[in-house]
Structures are given as structure tokens and as C-alpha cells.
Design a protein around this ligand. Structure first.
Ligand SMILES: [Zn+2]
Length: 329
């Protein structure tokens, strides 16, 4: 591990991930020193090594002394710059669980893999009803059916895999917004597979567009609740893409807070601190993250700075871990 001045021009990647269970720890050795990391980070680091991803890495749990409130305060203030100066942000979604299809047990690697060609196809503009879960016209004629129904084994493979990618707790984090918004290049890593932010976002955007137009009829004919479930899969990525796009322009932090209301943060003050670097323009809330403040003081300071710079009054919810602000006016 090495320390660099923030102004130094370095070629490094950021590794971002959901911390997972902070009591489920593993030991790693860095420069002869032993560090405790969560199992989630331990697996991510092993995967990076297996994939031959070398070079400088910035990792929050290791590069910021989490027990030092003063250091956290300084580093979190710089976080937006840390992500934007990285050559790439590696977004670790975790490891897929094994799954089942009509053909038997699917290994974790297979589960992760199955979605990759589908996502590339969707990003390229393929119709949803052309995906493998829908039988072709000739297959339907062969089967003697006129309705579009899912071919169960193909459906299971595709569906399980796409659901596995989108079910990662990475998508539920408040910090996710800053990571994808500030990143110059971003790549999702899931088990042994990877896909770029651009492909992933394009795939789900096209998917949503098709679902609302040319492919809606085919999808809604799917058996049972599958059409609703399929539609819901797109939501986390569409939300992120919309936020990333809107944050390129001057975005009202209150709007961002409302949109991120359901997102989680291991440390409750991060519900606000994770978003401060996303503001731009003259209406910015002038607040500096400070982890030495109590949670109550943090939210009061945020409300005051909103009121002072924007003339907006907010009432703070008491269930702060889940909801940050409730707008009263
Ligand atoms: Zn279509």
C-alpha cells in the first residue's frame, strides 16, 4: 500500500462493491501488514487477481481509515474527484449463486455468463421477442401453438441470469450514484464475467423502449407473472441511467435525495454525504461532510444549508436510516 498526494496524476482504478456483512471478515496481507476486510471484498480481490487485473487500486475500506472520523471527513470530501480521476471504476456485483433450469443445475459461472450475450444483443437493438425465451415463428408452427409462450428451459436460463445480475445489493447503495456519475469508464464485474456500463445501460434502455412499444404484446403474453417480473428487472439500471444523465446538468439536490430515498447506506450520514459531490451550479448546498458530527446534527446542518442557500424548508424524518428527508414545502 502506498500513499499519494491527491494532486498527483496517477493511473489507477477504483473498486466499488457492497460491503456485505461487516462481521464476516477475512484477513489479507498488504506490504507485510495484516488487514481485515469483508468477505465481499475478499472475493472481489481474488477475482481481480484471477483475471490478471493489476496496477493501482483505490478501495474505500483500505484507503480510508474507517475508524478515523477526521480522515473519513477529508477523504469523503474528495471522493467525487477520486472517482473522476480514475481510469476506470470496477463495479463488483458479487458472485452469482448456482441456479436451476429444466436441464439441471446451472453452475454459478454459467448463471453469470448466460446474460452477457443477451445484454449485448439488446444493446444492439434486438427485439425482446427475438430473445431465446421466445420460440421462433417456425418453432411455434411446429409446436402447433399460435400464442407466444416461453420455451421453459431457455426462459429459465435467460431469466435466472438476468435476474442474478440485477439482484446484486450493489444497486441498492446510495454511493452507487456517485460512482457511476463520476466515472469516466465503468465496468460491471459479476463472478467471472464482466460487461461495460455502456452496454448494460444501452441494453436495459432498449429493453424498456421495446417493452413499451413493438415488443409489448409478445411479452405480455408470457405465461403467469413472467411479463411483470421481466419488466421489473430493468428498473434499477433505468433509474441509474436517468440519474447519471440528469446529473450532467444542474440537478436539484432535493430531487436527487427523493430519487435516492430507497437507497441504503451502511453509515446513515452517507445518505447525504454521498450526494453532495453531485451538485453543480449556483444553487449548490454549501455543506462539508463531517463524520465527527452526530447523526441528528448532520441532518440539521444539511437542512439549514438547504434553507440558507436555496430557501427550501425540509422536515427531517425520524427513520433516518431509511428515509432522509420528507419535503414539506
Ligand atoms: Zn421490439
Amino acid at each position: 500500500m502506498k500513499t499519494y498526494a491527491h494532486v498527483e496524476r496517477l493511473t489507477y482504478r477504483c473498486l466499488v462493491y457492497a460491503w456485505g456483512d461487516t462481521k464476516d471478515l477475512r484477513m489479507i496481507t498488504i506490504n507485510g501488514g495484516v488487514y481485515e476486510v469483508t468477505n465481499s471484498l475478499h472475493i472481489a480481490l481474488r477475482r481481480l487477481r484471477e483475471r490478471g487485473i493489476n496496477g493501482l487500486l483505490w478501495i474505500d475500506a483500505l484507503c480510508i481509515d474507517q475508524s478515523n472520523e477526521a480522515e473519513k471527513t477529508t477523504q469523503v470530501s474528495l471522493m467525487g474527484d477520486t472517482f473522476s480521476a480514475a481510469v476506470m471504476v470496477l463495479m463488483w456485483l458479487g458472485t452469482p449463486r448456482t441456479g436451476f433450469s429444466d436441464g439441471g443445475v446451472l453452475g454459478a459461472d454459467k448463471v453469470a455468463f448466460n446474460a452477457v450475450p443477451i445484454l449485448h444483443a439488446l444493446a444492439g437493438g434486438v427485439h425482446v421477442h427475438e430473445l431465446p425465451c421466445f420460440p421462433s415463428r417456425s418453432q411455434r408452427q411446429q409446436l402447433g401453438v399460435c400464442r407466444d409462450r416461453d420455451a421453459s428451459e431457455d426462459w429459465s436460463r435467460v431469466f435466472q441470469s438476468r435476474r442474478a445480475w440485477m439482484s446484486s445489493s450493489w444497486f441498492t447503495r446510495t454511493w452507487t450514484i456517485q460512482e457511476v456519475t463520476k466515472a469516466r469508464r465503468a465496468v460491471f464485474l459479476f463472478g467471472s464475467r464482466q460487461i461495460s456500463w455502456d452496454i448494460m445501460a444501452s441494453a436495459w434502455r432498449h429493453f424498456a423502449q421495446h417493452m413499451q412499444s413493438c415488443c409489448s404484446e409478445s411479452v405480455y403474453r408470457l405465461a403467469g407473472t413472467k411479463s411483470r417480473t421481466l419488466s421489473a428487472l430493468a428498473v434499477p439500471m433505468i433509474d441509474l441511467w436517468n440519474l447519471k444523465r440528469s446529473l450532467k446538468h444542474e440537478q436539484d439536490i432535493v430531487d436527487v435525495l427523493i430519487q435516492c430515498n430507497a437507497k441504503a447506506a451502511s453509515d446513515p450520514p452517507d445518505k447525504v454525504f454521498a450526494l453532495l459531490a453531485l451538485q453543480a451550479g449556483p444553487g449548490m448546498v454549501k455543506m462539508v461532510p463531517d463524520y465527527r458530527m452526530s447523526l441528528q446534527d448532520t441532518f440539521v446542518a444539511f437542512a439549514r444549508s438547504l434553507n440558507a442557500t436555496r430557501g427550501i424548508l425540509v422536515t427531517l424524518g425520524l427513520d433516518l436510516e431509511q428515509r432522509v428527508v420528507h419535503l414539506s414545502s
